[in-house]
Design a protein around this ligand. Structure first.
Ligand code: NAD
Length: 502
């Protein structure tokens, strides 16, 4: 396997690059107890100020006050703020992408793609600000009108994961702002710099647009202090993105206070490859989804369910491509696979591979640990879908299983707790249609991989992925409160269902 063996960019260079990007985005000098690190060298860059429980409470109180004003601003005027945010994100695309690379270890092309996603969702939200529409329904009573109206919800608490350090915030925030909500954001502790830079750009947009103060606050804090956000009755919606473990801790607490939770949790995404598939196209789609972002996307392809007749040919192609994947410093030319986020991620990958082998799996390619936080993406042929295959390991491991009948493939596909993204590679339309119906995921693709969703569609998944939907389509409804209105414009007072009360 070819790779750039050692790190090229030093921690000092990363620190300088980060400083330049932060300053360009409007973040001043930093100092504090939270260590911002880069997985590129595995070393600390800066100390960042953290938020204690009182600071989180203050942020919520300020956001609640700001909501009282913001909710009364007409939605298209709210859209003007998001439009300005989109312009600033465009202007600072390279700066933010730099920080994404430094903190999350993404290769520059993927980091730029993440910021483009932020710009795209701003565009979407601006259009949406003129389309927050409700329905009218026929009333059963003469001289009456029945309709639904949508109203701002309140303070939205956003908890986000390290692997999409800014896109997920923007999915939530751009939509929440046009819906008339205010936001308190708890980013991953692993990616606080990108969070501070994004929040600074929104603060600037808000100032320039004359929007109320405190529409958006960022609280750099740990999971324990984040309970203030989770438990606060003043936070109407907790939109939480992260592991199933995090969702299992957060959801019951929000439910206990009858709050609203929008959960975007782990995936265990699979592709089915049918005998009729275009194997060249499939191989390209699989490699991007399985090894891209070093296997650290929620939509990363973790399982390949391939028909026996084409399994050897496909696996041979894939192992050939994997053997030439360039692994290493994301800043090095042509790198495709950057580092894992931290030591825990590397260890989890090694443990999963050992378990897979114990379960009878054969590592066909990759799996070795390189210097630092770099690993070789692995392909492992499994005799059966054992527990480790049913578990999301947030690292580049692709488990290969084989099938004979499509029903068998679908059964294997659905036999995991998670339900985020899925795909089938086939040129048989009947098979494609059957899979579109049978997959139990929130995202079901044909002839593309499992990752790389566009913002126009609703994003999210079923089962332990949490059931939430963010981003495009009608996902905005989660950020608003629905009211059903009945208006009597007659001189009579007929009661529904023909009830009389005189
Ligand atoms: P994580 O669960 O460790 O952390 C995510 C966020 O939740 C962090 O900000 C963390 O501090 C916070 N957190 C953790 N426990 C908490 C608790 N009890 N209360 C409040 N906050 C808590 O996840 P991660 O390692 O940062 O990210 C990887 C995971 O996120 C993977 O499982 C991946 O699939 C998932 N993810 C899902 C989506 C999606 O849209 N479905 C998108 C991105 C990432």
């Amino acid at each position: 396997m070819t790779a750039i063996a050692s790190t090229l960019t030093t921690t000092d260079e990363l620190r300088n690059r980060a400083r330049v990007a932060l300053t360009a985005c409007g973040v001043g000098a930093l100092d504090g107890p939270v260590q911002a690190r880069s997985p590129i060298t595995g070393e600390a860059l800066f100390g960042v100020p953290g938020a204690d429980a009182d600071a989180v409470r203050t942020a919520i109180a300020n956001a609640k006050t700001a909501f009282e004003t913001w909710r009364t601003v007409p939605a298209p005027v709210r859209g003007a703020l998001v439009k300005r945010l989109g312009e600033l994100l465009t202007e600072h695309k390279a700066d933010l992408a730099e920080l994404v690379t430094i903190e999350a270890g993404k290769i520059p092309s993927e980091a730029l793609g993440e910021v483009q996603e932020m710009i795209d969702i701003c565009d979407f939200a601006v259009g949406l600000s003129r389309q927050l529409d409700g329905r009218t329904m026929p009333s059963e009573r003469p001289g009456h009108r029945l309709m639904e109206t949508w109203h701002p919800l309140g303070v939205v608490g956003v908890i986000s994961a390290f692997n999409f350090p800014v896109a997920v915030w923007s999915w939530n925030t751009a939509i929440a702002l046009v819906c008339g909500d205010t936001v308190v954001w708890k980013p991953s502790e692993l990616t606080s710099l990108t969070a501070l830079a994004s929040a600074a750009l929104l603060d600037r947009a808000a100032r320039e647009c004359g929007a109320p103060e405190h529409l958006n606050a960022v609280v750099v804090t740990d999971a324990e202090t984040a309970q203030v956000l989770v438990d606060s009755p003043d936070v109407a919606l907790v939109s939480a993105t992260g592991s199933e473990r995090m969702g299992a801790a957060v959801a019951p607490r929000v439910a206990a206070r009858f709050g609203r939770a929008l959960l975007e949790l782990g995936g265990n995404n699979a592709a089915v490859v049918a005998p009729s598939a275009d194997l060249e196209l499939a191989a390209r789609g699989i490699v991007f989804s399985a090894a891209g972002t070093a296997g650290q996307r929620c939509t990363t392809m973790r399982r390949l369910i391939v028909h026996e007749d084409v399994a050897d040919a496909l696996v041979e192609r894939l192992t050939g491509i994997y053997a030439s994947l360039r692994i290493g410093d994301p800043y090095a030319d042509d790198t495709l696979v950057g580092p894992l986020i931290n030591e825990a991620g590397v260890e989890a990958m090694q443990r999963a591979l050992a378990q897979a082998v114990e379960d009878g799996g054969e590592v066909l390619v990759g799996g070795a640990r390189r210097e630092g936080l770099y690993v070789e993406p692995a392909i492992v042929r499994m005799p059966a879908q054992t527990k480790i295959v049913q578990t999301e390991t947030f690292a580049p491991i692709l488990y290969v299983l084989t099938y004979r009948e499509l029903d068998e493939a679908v059964a294997l596909h659905n036999d995991v707790p998670q339900g985020l993204s899925s795909s089938i590679f086939t040129t048989d339309q009947r098979e494609a249609e059957r899979f579109l119906v049978a997959s139990d995921c929130g995202i079901v693709n044909v002839n593309i991989g499992t990752s790389g969703a566009e913002i126009g569609g609703a994003f999210g998944g079923e089962k332990t992925t949490g059931g939430g939907r963010e981003s495009g389509s009608d996902a905005w409804r989660a950020y608003m409160r629905r009211a059903t209105n009945t208006i009597n414009y007659s001189d009579e007072l007929p009661l529904a269902q023909g009830v009389t009360f005189t």
